[in-house]
Design a protein around this ligand. Sequence first.
Ligand code: ZN
Ligand code: ZN
Length: 399
Amino acid sequence: MTDLHALYRDLHQHPELSLREFRTAGVLADALRPLGFDVTTGVGGTGVVGVLRNGDGPVVMLRADIDALPVEEKTGLPYASTRRATNADGEEVPVAHACGHDMHATCLIGAAEQLAGARAEWSGTLLVVFQPAEELGCGARNMVEDGLFERFGKPDVVLAQHVGPLPAGMIAHGSGPVMAASDSLRVTLFGRGGHGSAPEIAVDPVLMAAHVVVRLQGIVAREISPSERAVVTVGRLQAGTKENVIPETAEIGVNIRTFNENTRGIVRAAVERVVRAEAAASGAPREPEFEWHDSTPVLVSDPDATARTVAAFTERFGQERLIPGALVNSSEDVGVFGAAAGVPTVFWFFGGVDFSAWEPGKAVAMNHSPEFAPDLEPTLTTGVDALVAAARTWLRSAF
Ligand code: ZN
Ligand code: ZN
């Protein structure tokens, strides 16, 4: 039997940034091989694929993401990460599994082991996928473009889960759209540099950027129906080097979240319109530049397939351990697999927080926070059990 606690602690102590999950991929491949899976590494970069063929029946894909974040862990756990790494811009950054992908990967090894051990009870094919670079929104697409389904077979269903700030031991499930589409944008605004004392002969990109930031907040408030949902956040604003120098340019990083293509199109177009208009209003000598990047589509948990899977959860866990999931504004690229294969995706959340010492008003660490770390148990066992129950719903029963 794999020591899942040891595996989790090992992954947690050795987090790796998106697209650089080399050690993680090796550890997971080594854990999967002895279970009887045909294992291939290097799929779509650092992805790992395991195939277990067990007679006729459906092909069931189980997916876990494996990348970590540039976050300094402050959980105080004995197995907290102290790692640092170089990011894509060549800067040294701290690295931690602040989104719990180490938990997802460990749960998937645990589920693969249980399902392989019970192979007399089912038939079909298990397609186990460890996906890199979820945090960049490109890992799933990279694996699909590397021939995932041509090389390893097309699944009949894609099953995946995410740990979150819910009570440990609980499963939360939505149906239809469950997580937002995310689009990121780099904007460069052009002014004319000059002396801080002589603004009349310069065009100030700092003031231009300030107007843009404020004006962008009018999009959700005034252009989107109150019955729709959208977020526009300016998370980055950079300009200048010195108080008395008017710089040449200013840069803004914008992130938008939406839940359908119509709203997404309206918000994207409105952001560009506002930026162009503010540049024109400021007398910019050049049109602004736009670079859209890191796009993730809305994640839809197929209603019929979700109902079938949730029925299995109800049987396995009891109604008291299930909670209807709320729509969340964060994003996930797992839907790319189901969309590319033309099959349903089922996605659920499982809790990672021990609420026994919680008091009203006390903050709970969210994913991506330096304090985020799931309670090892019952989180891990719940995640393994959920994957096994979900997979068994779709595999053909031998009885
Ligand atoms: Zn995340
Ligand atoms: Zn995540």
